[in-house]
Design a protein around this ligand. Structure first.
Ligand code: KG4
Ligand code: ZN
Length: 398
């Protein structure tokens, strides 16, 4: 069975194709193609992701990306006169809000053979609504054009299941670690540009959010602090690079917000404000230079990490966790993952830590394929939805 997955929730347009094995004993798949077009440069000058721009870029990128994906998967074959004309009106109404995409869609889909794809999977939330809608409507149009079902996928479930991909997934007949080899419950710490959540994973597809941020997400705080330090969007990776040169500095101290609140809520907006005052102070004293910038980056990273570790540790104890997943864009941060690895080694030596392969930390469509695949295995028919029932949900919960 071949599966096409689509991700457009934020600033990456991504399409993957996987081929699943029909072995029910240990379901697995091979990756046939996995492509991403990042819009980072488009958004950098705005200092963040601009939804209308993201929508336009997705609409522009999806058809070329689809063509390229089908070619890489060896599923692209030219053919004249397929029956897309008879479906044109229905497709036009689905892609009503993406006129440019519609034109390209008819042109390209009308000139190729229906590819050997059995299911489409698409992110339907959470994320930026205009961006999500492009992907959702594109999936719905493909569903009509090729007459195949769609499985809508939760982006955060994608991040959780991203850890199932082996480090060298690209060259493997079985790209996934055996799904049945995990012991539950697992605590998942999801840290991205839009989310900071502690999730109790009772089983794959069985999640409960036990705590989340009451204001900014961790990635958002990284990006905003980076901006105050004169770094371009996305600032997360730049802060972690700068922090490597940072040193302990008595003039540079930051709070650990809500570390003793006794619950699983997070707050990073106060930390961001504390950085702003600190920067102003240092500027007034003529002490704001490259070294103090690195010292701030380091102290900020430490503050965030300590809070994340404290709350995660409490959750692992309360729920008797057999494993810890850290996923989402910020899981690319080495200081955070190394601190967690050391903490687990010292305090939970029997508990495994699961981190995504480095390409799987940020947004991608392969993690959407993994989450959709698991939903398909667990729920089969009910996971699939008629295309006209699928809607983008910006604030979708796990
Ligand atoms: O999951 P993701 O790609 O997109 C969302 O779903 O939000 O996460 C993006 C976030 C951005 O805020 C980015 O600055 C942050 O992840 N990020 C990092 C690092 N790499 C990416 N934050 C800290 N350290 C990093 N190395
Ligand atoms: Zn994400």
């Amino acid at each position: 069975m071949n599966i096409l997955s689509i991700e457009t929730s934020c600033d990456e347009t991504a399409i993957s194709i996987i081929r699943s094995h029909n072995d029910q004993q240990s379901p697995n798949f091979k990756v046939l193609s996995d492509l991403v077009i990042s819009q980072i440069e488009t958004h950098a000058e705005y200092g963040g992701v601009f939804p209308a721009l993201a929508k336009r870029e997705h609409a522009k990128n999806l058809i070329p990306l689809l063509e390229q994906s089908l070619k890489e998967a060896n599923l692209f074959h030219h053919r004249d006169n397929n029956d897309i004309e008879s479906k044109k009106q229905e497709l036009a109404s689905i892609l009503e809000r993406e006129p440019d995409l519609f034109g390209k869609f008819i042109e390209v889909l009308g000139s190729i053979e229906r590819p050997d794809i059995d299911i489409i999977m698409v992110t339907y939330g959470p994320g930026l609504a205009p961006a999500l809608w492009v992907g959702v409507n594109f999936a719905r149009a493909l569903s009509i054009a090729w007459d195949i079902p769609v499985i809508p996928v939760n982006h955060m479930e994608g991040h959780i299941t991203s850890i199932l991909l082996k480090d060298d997934y690209k060259n493997q007949n079985e790209a996934l670690y055996p799904i049945d080899s995990f012991e539950f419950p697992i605590i998942a710490l999801l840290i991205s540009g839009g989310h900071t959540q502690l999730v109790l994973v009772r089983d794959w597809s069985n999640y409960e959010i036990i705590g989340e941020t009451i204001d900014d997400a961790v990635g958002e705080a990284f990006d905003k602090v980076a901006r105050m330090l004169g770094m371009e969007y996305p600032g997360g990776p730049k802060i972690s690079k700068s922090a490597e040169h940072g040193e302990e500095n008595a003039d540079v101290t930051l709070p650990r917000p809500m570390i003793h609140s006794g619950d699983y809520r997070f707050s990073f907006s106060g930390l961001k404000t504390a950085v702003r005052y600190l920067v102003e102070d240092l500027q007034d004293q003529n002490k704001f230079d490259d070294q103090t910038i690195s010292d701030i980056a380091r102290e900020f990273e430490h503050a965030v990490t300590e809070v994340l570790i404290k709350k995660t540790k409490d959750a692992m104890i309360e729920y008797n966790a057999k494993g810890l997943i850290i996923a989402g864009g910020v899981s690319a941060n080495r200081h955070i993952t190394e601190s967690f690895t050391t903490m687990l080694h010292d305090e939970f030596p029997d508990t495994s830590i699961y981190l995504p392969e480095k390409h799987m930390c940020g947004d991608n469509s392969l993690m959407i394929a993994v989450a959709g695949f698991i939903n398909y295995l667990k729920h089969k028919k009910t996971a699939m939805k008629p295309q006209d029932e699928i809607m983008a949900v910006g604030n979708l919960k796990l």
